[in-house]
Design a protein. Structure first.
Length: 562
């Protein structure tokens, strides 16, 4: 017997024996459901044997056989009734446990989000992708027909999704493209660091989504529930089905605030803030202006995160404010990073360390934030140094800027598109899916080993657009992504260390060093960040104008005979 828990009330198991029933009772189970018809296998104990063993153990038992692996709507209703009537926790079984897991998934469909159901069954070793559409339909058998089909469907209307739609249309205006995204507002997230330093206003970083969706693109204002790549369909909340000839996946990543105990309850008050949220960035500036003495913590979680430099940008700009207003001598700045270095590309570290010294900041590596008590002004960190047991320390603060843990969205992580870590599995050069040849991905959600920045998406969009159009023409990929990402590290108001690099940390500067030497703080780089990049984003990248983003061509080697 090998029971797998799907919820606090139900576990599922492969075929059990009468001897297993007493073991189940000792494990705390109080009832058993048999979903396997009698006589299905030659060595299979009949339900009467299991029921008798259950009675002897003081347990209840129900027989809800599922023949041929086909789970009908009535079967789900009977199973749901049994779960509500039987004393829990309940152990359900069939030959492998799959039918029992399917019944549970469909029974939960009306009350539990699809990604949560798929995550629970996946953790137990059961793939419910085959009934995802039905789960999305509240557990009832849906139609097999797509509600609409498009040449290209794009999931996500963030920087990556809109940019690739615009790039596609600039090359082939007649394409039937749909973008799926439930949001009403689109944000220029790189601007939030500047909002948190009083340089940009909050309103400068947002636009209505409808004003940015490219003309001619169908906007499906809904959330994605699941993917069915074998049938070339996307399932939306409410079980609407959208078909595609080619799919682009770009929903961004998930900010997992709940992974830090106590954080959600205190965000936006008690000195706890984050530039990773639109509504909180102004509070960062409020705290920085108001702090005259005490301790300021700046945290960074384990990778991957979007814009790996953003946590320290907040530290530098805050330190610069305190330096200018004379409060720095009375403020203890502590940078707490779960990683082992200040910045992952060593060429930029010397310049950054000069500012760490300037602001008299303490660099604490291998420190991962795990809990916050806002009213008590305390934070707890797991300190996990190499070859040393993890210890937890308590640190008091007057202000704390938190960068939340980040992961792939739930509906991506449990999908057939994901790798073992939950990210969309792509070829890092062509950005085409490793398994499904009519799917591409870009932006923060895919698993190429590049920095997750808007600048990276700006480079990826034309690569994906050109490779999709090559595929439409029956050709192989023509463009490749070199891993480019840019992180303008705002070390003080008026100066930036412009980190630009690709795969393996290779430096990929956009400008000659006499204009901008990215390894040194520069006023020219600040001008680029403050004045040039916002219009390049709004009026260039999102409209298909690929300034500073020319795709790198794939060079096919010719044979000697040619």
């Amino acid at each position: 017997m090998d029971p797998k828990s799907l919820s606090a009330d139900l576990s599922v198991s492969p075929q059990i024996t009468p001897e297993d029933v007493s073991k189940a009772r000792k494990l705390g189970y109080r009832a058993i459901i048999c979903n396997r018809p009698d006589g299905e296998g030659p060595d299979q104990p009949g339900f009467q044997e299991i029921e008798q063993a259950a009675k002897s153990a003081g347990m209840e038992a129900r027989y809800i056989p599922i023949s041929g692996g086909i789970v009908g709507d009535e079967d789900v209703s009977v199973f749901q009734t049994a779960i509500s009537e039987l004393p829990g926790p309940v152990l359900a079984y069939c030959r492998t446990g799959t039918r029992s897991a399917t019944l549970w998934s469909l029974a939960q469909a009306s009350d539990t989000p699809l990604p949560e159901i798929l995550a629970a069954t996946k953790a137990a070793g059961y793939d419910m992708g085959g009934v995802a559409r039905r789960i999305a339909n509240g557990g009832k058998t849906p139609t097999d027909k797509a509600d609409a089909t498009y040449d290209i469907v794009i999931v996500g209307a963030g920087a990556a999704g809109i940019a690739v739609a615009a790039s596609l249309l600039s090359r082939k205006p007649g394409l039937e493209i749909a973008i799926i995204d439930p949001a009403d507002v689109h944000y220029y997230q790189p601007g939030w660091t500047m909002v948190g330093a009083g340089i940009f206003t909050q309103q400068e970083t947002s636009r209505t989504m409808g004003s940015l969706i490219p003309k001619g693109v169908h906007w499906i204002k809904s959330a994605v529930a699941a993917f069915e790549p074998k049938t070339d369909t996307v399932i939306l909340d409410g079980c609407r089905v959208v078909g595609y000839k080619r799919l682009v996946v770009a929903p961004g990543l998930k900010l997992d605030w709940n992974k830090v105990e106590g954080l959600v309850e205190t965000l936006g008050r008690n000195g706890v803030t984050s530039n990773y949220r639109y509504d909180l960035a102004p509070y960062t500036w409020e705290l920085v202006k108001g702090l005259k003495s005490g301790r300021a913590l700046f945290t960074q979680p384990p990778m991957p995160i979007k814009c790996a430099g953003a946590p320290q940008k907040a530290m530098y700009l805050s330190g610069d404010t305190w330096f200018r207003n004379g409060a720095l001598k009375d403020i203890d700045i502590q940078f707490m990073t779960a990683g082992g270095v200040l910045f992952g590309v060593k060429d930029y570290v010397p310049a950054l360390m000069e500012y760490v010294k300037k602001y008299d900041a303490t660099l604490n590596v291998f420190h991962n934030l795990v809990a916050v008590d806002g009213p008590a002004k305390k934070a707890w960190f797991d300190v996990s140094k190499p070859e040393t047991p993890t210890e937890q320390i308590e640190v008091e603060f007057d202000m704390i800027h938190v960068c939340p843990p980040q992961s792939a969205p739930d509906f991506i992580a449990v999908s057939p598109l994901a790798d073992a870590a939950g990210w969309v599995d792509v070829d890092q050069a062509t950005l085409r899916h490793m398994t499904y040849q009519n799917i591409w991905s870009l932006g923060d959600v895919m698993n190429a080993p590049n920095a997750k920045t808007a600048a990276a998406a700006r480079m990826q969009a034309p690569v994906v657009a050109e490779n999709i159009l090559a595929d439409i023409r029956g050709r192989s990929a023509v463009s490749q992504y070199n891993g480019y990402g840019s992180c303008p590290l705002t070390v003080e108001k008026g100066k930036i260390v412009l980190a630009e690099f690709g795969y393996g940390g290779k430096l990929l500067p956009s400008f000659p060093t006499f204009l901008i030497d990215g390894t040194k703080p520069s006023r020219a780089a600040w001008f680029l960040k403050e004045t040039m990049l916002p219009p390049i984003y709004w009026r260039g990248m999102l409209r298909g104008h690929e300034w500073l983003a020319k795709p790198e061509k794939i060079v096919v080697a010719r044979s000697v005979a040619e």
